[in-house]
Ligand binder design. Structure first.
Ligand code: SF4
Length: 274
């Protein structure tokens, strides 16, 4: 489901840089939060001042791509007056990249709006795409078990993904949908949804699950194999930490050892969240 711990996708390609410069990212996040909060509190009708003027509801649908093969990006579809529910429904209209075309639905995060911990995975899998909920497949069940083991209450957590639509290829014979790692362009295009989720939840700690989320949140030099379990920070100073994606634990040859290491990382998370 996720990139492997070494930071390469299944085609063997290395992840590339896809983020804005740190200062710009930090500024954009702060701006996103203030816009969302201002719009949420200022106007109960759903009208917003997003992008400088009153707009009814969401932006209308826009062309899927701006030019060539470059995705437009999700920003035009981020609603101005947004709680998490409104964000979730707005994402169904997103045409910020081409991934919406084959997926069933956009899958946004789930959990407490007052979450102390936000977990960020890579993208929805087959089950998540069908059910419209994140981490409901085998990897989600393993994460639930590990959270339970370290005493993190699911009510104190918010669980989401870096990319909101399922990217897959179809097996020619079985027609089964095979997970395909999102490209840098997809991750970059989808970033505004994650920024909006983080702005609304404002957690004590953000946890990157796997290499894709790790490099998105912690920078292109982040290596999950070397830095997992370390106390780090996002560009805006929010405490953060990376570990493997739970699907990597499921794929491990020695699953018991891999699970123990995963739980050890989550124990650090639990101490940071307090
Ligand atoms: S993957 Fe993200 S940017 Fe692309 S269409 Fe879906 S929600 Fe929009």
């Amino acid at each position: 489901m996720a990139s492997d711990p070494a930071g390469t996708n299944r085609a063997g390609r290395s992840s590339e840089r896809y983020e804005d410069p740190p200062r710009l990212r930090s500024f954009k996040w702060a701006a996103t939060r203030s816009r969302l909060l201002a719009a949420s509190s200022d106007d109960a009708t759903g009208r917003s001042a997003w992008f400088g003027g009153p707009v009814e509801g969401y932006f209308p649908r826009m062309p899927r791509q701006s030019d060539g093969d470059q995705p437009t990006g999700a920003a035009p579809w981020i609603p101005g007056a947004a709680g998490l529910d409104r964000l979730r429904s707005a994402a169904q209209d997103c045409r910020g990249c081409e991934l919406y075309e084959d997926a069933t639905q956009a899958v946004l995060g789930e959990g407490s709006p007052d979450a102390k911990v936000v977990f960020v995975g890579e993208q929805p899998g087959d089950q998540e795409d069908r059910q419209g909920r994140p981490f409901v497949g085998p990897a989600g069940r393993l994460l639930d078990q590990a959270l339970d083991d370290v005493g993190i209450n699911r009510d104190d957590a918010f669980i989401t993904n870096a990319v909101k639509h399922f990217r897959f290829s179809r097996d020619a014979r079985s027609k089964r949908r095979i997970h395909k790692t999102p490209d840098v362009a997809h991750i970059k295009a989808c970033r505004p949804w994650l920024d909006a989720e983080l702005a609304l939840t404002n957690p004590n700690v953000v946890v990157a699950l796997g290499a894709t989320a790790g490099r998105m949140l912690l920078g292109p030099s982040y290596r999950v194999t070397k830095q997992r379990g370390q106390r780090l920070e996002l560009d805006d100073g929010t405490p953060a930490i990376g570990t493997v994606h739970p699907s990597a634990v499921l794929r491990a040859k020695d699953r018991e050892t891999a699970y123990a290491a995963f739980v050890a990382d989550l124990e650090v998370v639990a101490s940071m969240a307090r």
